[in-house]
Design a protein around this ligand. Structure first.
Ligand code: ATP
Ligand code: MG
Length: 416
């Protein structure tokens, strides 16, 4: 049995679970489509540079969590850890820069070598949206509003909280960085090893630390919002005003940063406390520098990605693959005749399953187990008279009918 196991953090999706994933994705596609975001799909693996450059060579995703491998042409490839870099690369490749703004949605598997736990996997799915080509902070409000509507449609808005922050432009961040390093240097002996390493490379990431003693120190760290230049302040002001106008509730969290290098200005997360430490269900922000990092022209962008597994843990299951009707013969010799009754039932949009083997009582037991509503029974007499025995398995009534009548009775009873 051991040989059949899957890789740690990489799971099979059995029908009941996959059905929930699909439900979440369908809801996301529908609302994104209404916001005029068009679906795009990019490759699951790319040249590793596509991720390394924008995500930052010091980011966890690139240093510790990557799935990098060489193919037979000795090209260094990477399984995608996130969607935004690929979407912006595709946008640039397709020459869409002349046609901005462009609004995209995507979903699919992402890969990160993380410590697997509930809501944290090595292969997981994200649904995301990207609004490319608008530096206007109204676009930030738009994507947050889209995220809010998505959670609303899933029935999860009341169990999530929106947190937002601004990381400002690069001038503001550089300015803030100095003061943050100065403050953190005083606590150098108390910081976790990870944070000490980040102090010189990417001190803003320390604000994101989950380590207890780090968190205490961070609590009193200088507030990035106090260090924003006027332009960055104005932009953030428009975002919060926009959310106010839309009646979208939020908390400003001065320590909310995104783990990747390409983020600037608005950062936001929808968080639930129903999933323990893995509470972030939808996260995003502005990435004006990303296009340039990929070698393209300066092109602003803003978007978010949501974790499908985490959302699926929160929504109720509506999985149902019960047949409307099962077909069964009194013996095996009727199996071919049963097949010929499939077509009219399928054409009538009914769900049909044939029970091929076993005694009559076994077949009825099976019909019960799979929650079939009706059974169509074929025997010598029925075939000879070109008639069917239709049994309503819910009420127990039985009647002789032809196939057209059977369709009508079933559809009427099931309200289909
Ligand atoms: P976290 O802080 O939980 O590690 P993150 O900041 O790494 O999240 P993003 O890169 O912003 O997450 O990804 C967006 C969303 O994708 C997350 O909010 C989460 O719902 C989901 N996600 C991220 N990593 C994983 C994972 N390893 N397994 C399952 N879902 C994930
Ligand atoms: Mg992470």
């Amino acid at each position: 049995m051991d040989k059949l196991r899957t890789v740690r953090g990489v799971n099979d999706l059995l029908p009941e679970v996959l059905d929930k994933h699909n439900q979440v994705i369908e809801t996301a596609l529908k609302i994104s489509n209404q916001y005029c975001y068009s679906q795009i799909e990019t490759p699951i693996f790319e040249f590793s540079e596509i991720f390394k450059k924008p995500l930052g060579i010091s980011s966890d995703i690139v240093t510790k969590e990557n799935y990098i491998f060489k193919d037979r042409s000795n090209d260094e490839l990477m399984l995608r850890p996130e969607g935004t870099s690929g979407v912006v690369r595709a946008f640039l490749n397709a020459g869409l820069i002349q046609d901005v703004p462009k609004r995209f949605s995507y979903y699919g598997p992402m890969f990160r070598y993380e410590r697997p736990q509930k809501g944290r996997l090595r292969q997981f799915k994200q649904f995301g949206v990207e609004c490319i080509g608008l530096s206007n902070p109204m676009a930030d409000v738009e994507v947050i509003s889209l995220g809010k509507d998505f959670l609303l449609k899933l029935g999860l808005l009341n169990s999530t909280k929106l947190k937002i922050n601004s990381l400002g432009d690069s001038e503001s961040r550089l300015n803030y960085r100095k003061f943050l390093i100065e403050y953190l240097n005083d606590y150098k002996t108390e910081l976790s090893n990870d944070s000490i390493n980040r102090l010189s490379q990417n001190p803003l990431r320390i604000l994101d630390s989950k380590n207890e003693s780090d968190r205490k120190i961070i609590f009193n760290a200088p507030n990035i919002l106090d260090y924003l230049n006027q332009e960055s302040k104005d932009k953030f002001q428009i975002v919060t005003e926009g959310l106010d106008v839309l009646g979208i509730k939020y908390d400003i969290d001065k320590n909310l940063v995104r783990g990747l290098d390409y983020y600037c200005h608005t950062a936001f997360e929808f968080i639930t406390d129903e999933l323990g430490a893995q509470g972030t269900v939808l996260a995003g922000g502005r990435y004006d520098g990303l296009s340039k990092m990929l070698g393209g022209p300066d092109t602003p962008g803003v978007g978010w990605a949501a974790g499908i597994e985490r959302l699926s843990l929160l929504v109720p299951s509506h999985f149902n693959n019960n047949p409307d009707v099962v077909l069964l013969g009194v013996s095996d010799e009727f199996n071919f005749s049963l097949l010929s009754f499939m077509e009219p039932l399928i054409n009538a949009d009914l769900k049909v399953e044939i029970l091929y083997t076993g005694s009559m009582s076994k077949k009825f037991k099976r019909a019960n187990k799979i929650n079939a509503s009706f059974a169509i029974i074929l025997g010598e007499e029925e075939v000879k008279m070109k008639i069917l025995k239709l049994k309503n398995l819910i009420t127990g009534t039985e009647e002789p009918v032809n196939i057209r009548e059977a369709v009508n009775v079933i559809k009427t009873f099931l309200n289909k």
